[in-house]
Design a binder for this molecule. Structure first.
Ligand code: G6P
Ligand code: ZN
Length: 566
């Protein structure tokens, strides 16, 4: 078909600054005339993709199909040689990262706003990933932003839209287009990592005593979950729910935590399900929840790290090169690293900080308290990977213990008996005024600069526990690979028993400011089961009281209670 390249005049829009999670705005903002086109053209202006291969896909949220066609029109006009596109524009974020790596593409455009709600009145997002499969580093996103500020025209090829529902090869003007199965490569990836045979035989032999429930939250992971749990592992259809991706996620908030995944939590408790799990809108987050047992993400990554080299073929073969967590994540994984003699990196919040360590061969398994867990098999966190990792570990642990069924609860208790337990909880104060949030930060900075808090003791009125401050600091990070420095990544109040409280402003909120308070208290194995297996909030009660007292958080923020507790 003959084609022409057309140049369309445009003017810059303010505020098209992408973070490493991309440009996230309301759908209505993206629908403004030239808004999406400007940003897409800015990507091609910032990154030379002439003659290159580009992966395109996303979580299927509202406004995705239109945007895939926009990317085709503009990308093709800008000389992209080949597009690899998920069928119907669908690729989970981990699947896209895998496709980029597996087919040696030069980059990828991911259409997602992660766990934010979707639909005509909710959010959309465009994110650029580079050739290692990870989110574009700041140097690239800054360059894209610069281009959005100077744009005066964009290029398009006017051709009929490509039918995204038909798998196979086609051409679009001067470019080749391949529409691929959204799930196949990802399933193959997981089959090469985990012991599916072991998992399947465990599930089959415990069909009545060990039930599984996966909740796709109407996000992108439904088809992945069905392919793995139903088609491959042979579980009944009732073991997946909300597994059809919907453009508005069924009106829900596709974020797997105790608040938003309540449908899963309720069914697990009602039906006595041993293994429940959920993933977010684009499939990179996860929650593991069994009857009466919520696994904090901090514990989850520690337990995966503990068992991986024994239970999971990928690590049995390749070994574990190192472990890592984000700073606010609990130090549970540090205990595992120490026992196994592995290096354990502590990086600022944000998955991008793990990428350099992985590329340098110094990191295999890592996680964040914000429900992100993953490994060096790709360069994004991976919700379904974490869920299958848990199943693999449980299947292995049960092989070792033929007479007593080991579920999530038993596995947690076993872990605490060996390593002790870092009780961990996060309090979120959402949509507070930016000025109030800053005044809290400033006050803690005064403690840091004057040292006035050091060695002071604080007693909890309700529990009588005494906490003595050992140190107050700001977390700064120097990347051990490229030497880049990231400052002020959270304020830490450390106590002399190793307990700590961290204060940090969220980098992802869209309304006002969100203050996060992370609380952590370590209890050694010698404390015994009664102490170790306490309810989290109970285990942290005294420390939380002291943290609120010292920081005067309630007074600064004018909030008596957090909006979310995880
Ligand atoms: C995104 C990133 C995560 C990060 C989280 C922090 O989800 O992908 O890597 O942990 O944001 O969010 P926050 O709101 O705490 O800045
Ligand atoms: Zn996500």
């Amino acid at each position: 078909m003959s084609y022409q390249i057309k140049e369309v005049k445009t003017k810059p829009y303010d505020g098209q600054k992408p973070g490493t999670s991309g440009l996230r705005k309301r759908v209505k903002v993206f629908q403004q005339e030239h808004y999406t086109e400007n940003f897409v053209q800015a990507i091609f202006d910032a990154v030379d993709l002439k003659g290159k291969t580009l992966v395109v896909g996303g979580d299927g949220r509202y406004f995705s199909p239109e945007t895939v066609q926009t990317i085709l029109k503009i990308g093709s006009a800008n000389g992209v040689a080949k597009f690899i596109i998920g069928q119907n524009g669908i690729l989970s974020t981990p699947a896209a990262s895998n496709i980029i790596r597996k087919y040696k593409a030069d980059g990828g455009i991911l259409l997602t706003a992660s766990h934010n709600p979707g639909g005509p009145n909710a959010d959309f997002g465009i994110k650029y990933n580079v050739s290692n499969g990870g989110p574009a580093p700041e140097a690239v996103t800054n360059k894209i932003f610069e281009k959005t500020k100077a744009i005066s025209s964009y290029k398009v090829i006017e051709l009929p839209p490509v039918d995204l529902s038909q798998k196979g090869f086609t051409t679009y003007g001067p470019s080749n287009v391949e529409i691929i199965d959204s799930v196949k490569d990802y399933l193959e990836l997981l089959e090469n990592i985990f012991d599916f045979f072991l998992i399947k035989s465990f599930l089959q032999s415990h069909a009545d005593s060990f039930k599984v429930l996966f909740d796709g939250m109407h996000g992108v992971t439904g088809p992945y979950g069905r392919a793995i749990f139903v088609d491959t592992l042979g579980l009944p259809e009732s073991s997946v729910q909300n597994a059809t991706p919907l453009p508005d996620f069924g009106g829900g908030h596709p974020d797997p935590n105790l608040t938003y995944a309540h449908e899963l939590v309720e069914r697990v408790e009602r039906e006595g399900i041993h293994f429940g799990a959920a993933s977010d809108g684009d499939g990179d987050r996860n929650m593991i929840y069994g009857k009466g047992a919520f696994v904090t993400p901090s514990d989850s990554v520690a337990i995966i790290a503990d068992w991986a080299a024994e239970a999971i073929p990928y690590f049995k073969k390749g070994g574990i090169k190192g472990l890592a967590r984000s700073m606010p994540t609990s130090a549970q994984i540090d205990k595992v690293a120490k026992k196994k003699g592995l290096e354990c990196h502590v990086v600022p919040t944000g998955w991008k900080f793990f990428g350099n360590l992985m590329d340098a061969g110094r990191l295999s398994i890592c996680g964040e308290e914000s429900f992100g867990t993953g490994s060096d098999h790709i360069r994004e966190k991976d919700g379904v990977w974490a869920i299958v990792a848990w199943l693999n570990i449980l299947a292995y642990a049960n092989k070792e213990s033929p007479n007593k069924l080991i579920g999530i609860k038993e596995l947690l208790e076993k872990h605490y008996t060996v390593y002790g337990r870092s009780f961990f909880s996060r309090y979120d104060y959402e949509e507070v005024s930016a000025v109030a949030a800053q005044s809290l930060v400033d006050a803690i900075n005064v403690y840091i600069s004057t040292g006035s808090l050091a060695s002071t003791s604080h007693v909890s009125k309700s529990t009588g526990q005494k906490f003595t401050v050992a140190d107050v600091s700001n977390f700064d990070y120097t990347d051990p690979i490229d030497g880049s420095v990231s400052r002020n990544q959270g304020q830490i109040i450390l106590f002399d028993d190793g307990s700590r409280v961290v204060f940090r402003l969220s980098g992802t909120g869209s309304q006002g400011a969100t203050v996060r308070m992370y609380v952590e208290r370590y209890v050694p194995p010698e404390a015994g089961p009664a102490e170790l297996n306490k309810d989290t909030q109970e285990g942290l009660k005294g420390l939380i009281e002291v943290a609120l007292q010292i920081s005067n958080l309630r007074e600064f923020l004018g909030r008596d209670k957090p909006t979310v507790i995880t």
